[in-house]
Write a protein that binds this ligand. Structure first.
Ligand SMILES: [Zn+2]
Length: 540
């Protein structure tokens, strides 16, 4: 009795603080709410919640994005008003689909709880208006296999809050947020097939927790970064939507949000530079940027307590949904324009313009001012050298150089299309799984363009995600070729042109060649003693 009373009382207080006026049945209470935030939901807790809420609302459809390595269904909840149950109906509604993905790293668990809280508040609380101009897909527990391998200490920077979490990796031992190109995990295959390709979300939010940097923000964000993609969706997120949400979060909830990054104490203190993560499409949000769609990385601050991380993530996702609900047609328009621009560039400028295939991180135009961070103090170590100690005091610094832009260091000519030899059908299948249109040649056909002559092959001695990654050097040579009947053609005048380019260019820093898809060809040819043509031909 006492514990039920305290849960109800807690919900009452929590609701007041979040200005939510809702009453839920006990079947919809979440594990953190029932355990004083000491525990996070297991897979079966999430499934029980979804089945319970399904009984109470006509505005939710429960589906699955596929099965995990261990054979568990990865649940997906589609919320709509009026209700729809498939992607065709979503498209016919004219409303954008927004995709909220949580628990990709199953030690970073507040997104999972927040997804369920938002479902509860939308379907049974006072937030049904969020479904006025959009359809929302929640995948609360993307990494289902990692989630239940709960142990203490898997997330040291979260300081035992909650007491136990799942693992970062999926059932194959892979990091699902490095799988956006090679697509080796069933989770990635399912998400790309049954969310991205099927429902075509206009905006994706990927929910994480930081790994430990002591900046002073409750949550940091990053848009899908701009490499060789179209700039419209990135500019809107980076210059309009995310700064506005950051301002709202401070005014409405007294939450400090800021752009994502890390600093290095090796550079001394106070900090001069703040560095984001990389541009590679192996990261899901960057992958989505190359698909001409908006995507946001959300990283709550690891050192805050679980309930605080829930609070900041809840308000951040709510503000994103609210913004999208109020600006649905503008978001649709920006994404559509980006898609048309990608296709037009191929139609009008193939063989003429170059686009980046390798990038380096450079400073943004504007430095960060009023940068919020825990302060550090200098001390002398016994050997006389200087080191830095976190002080526990929040301070602000100005004029911090923010490394969050990407400049190309190698570029290549944009082709009208690619020719892939018939024997490379595994590569063709992978591209098709990404949603790429591939044509099989009915008769032999002559093409003019260029091929890449591989003169140097570098293979990393270090394993990364089970791969010794490859990079090549060489030269493009203009020539003609005759493709055989049965060879594959990819006409680049299609929506995924920028993703195809990044995956197929031989010098790409995150392409199929990097991920060993061409090793068998390179291995046999004994580069550099006998240089070899990269087997994918570019035609103009
Ligand atoms: Zn993460």
């Amino acid at each position: 009795m006492k514990s039920i009373f305290s849960v109800v009382f807690f919900l009452f207080v929590f609701s007041l603080s979040a200005q939510i006026k809702t009453t839920f049945p006990v079947s919809l209470l979440l594990v953190p709410e029932k355990t004083n935030f000491e525990k996070t939901s297991t897979y079966s807790d999430v499934m029980s919640f979804l089945n319970a809420i399904k009984q109470l609302s006509p505005h939710i459809s429960l589906q699955t994005i596929g099965k995990s390595t261990s054979g568990l269904d990865i649940p997906m909840a589609v919320l709509a008003n009026p209700m729809i149950s498939n992607a065709d109906q979503a498209k016919a509604s004219g409303k954008p689909v927004v995709y909220i993905q949580a628990n990709i790293h199953a030690g970073e668990v507040e997104g999972k709880e927040v997804a369920m809280m938002l479902m509860r508040d939308i379907l049974l609380g006072d937030k049904m208006d969020l479904l006025q101009n959009q359809i929302i897909i929640f995948v609360p527990i993307y990494n289902v296999d990692g989630n239940d391998k709960m142990e203490k200490g898997l997330r040291a920077s979260q300081e035992n809050s909650p007491l136990e979490t799942g693992t970062r990796e999926n059932g194959q031992g892979l990091d699902l947020n490095r799988d956006g190109v090679k697509m080796e995990a069933p989770e990635t295959k399912g998400m790309i097939a049954n969310v991205l390709n099927l429902w075509d979300p206009q905006l994706t939010v990927d929910l994480h927790t930081t790994n430990g940097t002591w900046h002073g923000y409750s949550l940091t964000w990053a848009p899908g970064y701009l490499s060789s993609g179209e700039s419209g969706p990135y500019n809107y997120l980076n210059d309009v939507m995310l700064p506005l949400i950051t301002k709202n979060a401070k005014e409405k909830y007294d939450l400090n949000l800021g752009p994502f990054g890390d600093f290095s104490l090796r550079e001394g203190w106070p900090l001069k530079n703040f560095y984001t993560y990389n541009h590679h499409p192996r990261y899901i949000v960057n992958h989505i940027g190359l698909r001409n769609r908006m995507s946001i990385l959300s990283e709550s601050f690891a050192h805050e307590r679980f309930y605080q991380r829930i609070n900041s993530t809840y308000h951040f996702v709510y503000e994103i949904l609210n913004h999208c609900n109020n600006n649905a047609s503008e978001i649709l328009k920006i994404n559509k324009e980006a898609e048309l621009a990608a296709i037009e560039k191929v139609r009008n400028q193939a063989g003429i313009i170059k686009k980046g295939v390798r990038f380096k991180m450079v400073p943004t135009d504007k430095p960060l001012n009023h940068f919020r961070t825990y302060d550090y103090e200098k001390y002398l170590k016994e050997d006389g050298s200087i080191s830095w100690l976190k002080s526990g005091k929040i301070t602000y610094y100005d004029n911090i150089t923010y490394y969050a832009a990407f400049k190309d260091t190698v570029s290549a000519t944009l082709p009208r299309g690619y020719v892939i030899p018939a024997i490379m059908d595994t590569i063709v299948q992978l591209l098709q799984q990404h949603g790429v249109n591939v044509i099989k040649l009915e008769k032999k056909t002559r093409f003019s363009g260029e091929s890449f002559f591989i003169e140097k092959w570098n293979k990393s001695p270090r394993k990364f995600e089970g791969h010794n990654m490859v990079s090549v050097e060489g030269t493009f040579n203009a020539r003609e070729m005759v493709a055989k009947k049965g060879d594959f053609i990819i006409d680049m005048a299609q929506p995924l042109a920028n993703l195809i380019f990044y995956m197929l260019e031989p010098q790409s820093d995150d392409g199929l060649l990097s991920w060993n898809f061409f090793d068998h060809i390179l291995k046999g040819s004994n580069v550099p003693f006998s240089p070899v043509d990269y087997p994918v031909f570019k035609y103009f």
